[in-house]
Design a protein around this ligand. Structure first.
Ligand code: KIV
Length: 257
């Protein structure tokens, strides 16, 4: 398989649906890459999946850069996208560009940021600087404090129209793809048919061009996965059993042998 790049992702629209996933370390990034996952997102969901926070808000540039470098070292074919953490691009365009550049220098092929119309000028600036952008509209987890929880968005007509405007604005600004998170599936399908760029849904139904699954949901490592996720393996159960067998083996002298 040839390395996935932004042009190949753009070309997949209407040709092939893409199953994309998050990754936060070299070990799992290697496995996902070998399995043919086209995009590995170093998601700020790492705050919840691996760092034990309640939300993505506490994730820092240091967390993101360390995880991005690890994933990029392991991913041979996948496009590696660094998810810009809260505060790293809301701080003024120059600092935002400097932070995005750090992500690319750490090994990312592109960055992702949350925001629609109001972030379109920043997306354009990134693209002009040679930084490919994967946008994110709909439910934006970094706005959890504004929503008062991780709540589905786009339920009223006005809210749906706003999300459509956001999606059109990020496309016009030069984003090569857009994440549609937790919005009604008919709205996601309509956005997908209106846009020329790839839509990547998460909790947004099957009408998108591609899907995200958070790795911990996909592998059964998350005790409370969202209802729309699908578990393809039960790693938590396997790991618990393996740790317990090991503890017993040491206690009863079976290991080391
Ligand atoms: O951080 C993340 O995992 C994400 C995806 C679910 C889109 O933003």
């Amino acid at each position: 398989m040839k390395k996935w790049n932004v042009a190949a992702i753009r070309a997949a629209k209407g040709v092939r649906k893409l199953g994309c996933a998050t990754a936060y370390d070299a070990c799992f990034a290697r496995l996902a890459d070998e399995a043919g996952v086209p995009i590995l997102l170093v998601g700020d969901s790492m705050g919840m999946t691996t760092l034990g926070f309640e939300t993505t808000i506490p994730v820092t540039m240091e967390h993101t850069l360390m995880a991005t470098a690890a994933v990029a070292r392991a991913a041979k074919d996948a496009l590696v996208v660094a998810d810009m953490p809260f505060g790293s691009y809301q701080c003024g365009a120059d600092e935002a560009v400097a932070n995005a550049v750090k992500c690319l220098k750490a090994g990312a092929d592109a960055v992702k940021l949350e925001g629609g119309e109001s972030f379109a000028p920043l997306i354009r600036r990134f693209v002009e600087c040679g930084i490919p952008v994967l946008a994110h509209v709909g439910m934006m987890p970094q706005s959890v404090n504004e929503y008062g929880g991780f709540k589905r968005q786009g339920k009223t007509r006005e809210a749906a129209e706003k999300i459509m405007r956001d999606a059109r604005a990020v496309e016009a600004a030069g984003a090569f793809a857009v994440t549609l998170e937790c919005i009604p599936s008919d709205l996601a399908a309509e956005i997908t048919s209106c846009l020329g760029i790839v839509t990547i849904g998460v909790g947004a139904g099957g009408g998108c061009d591609a899907q995200w699954l958070v790795m911990h949901d996909l592998l059964g490592l998350n005790a409370n996965p969202p209802p729309f996720a699908r578990k393809y393996a039960d790693f938590a159960d396997e790991a618990r059993k393996a740790f317990a067998r090991y503890v017993d083996d040491v206690a009863n002298g079976a290991f080391p042998s």
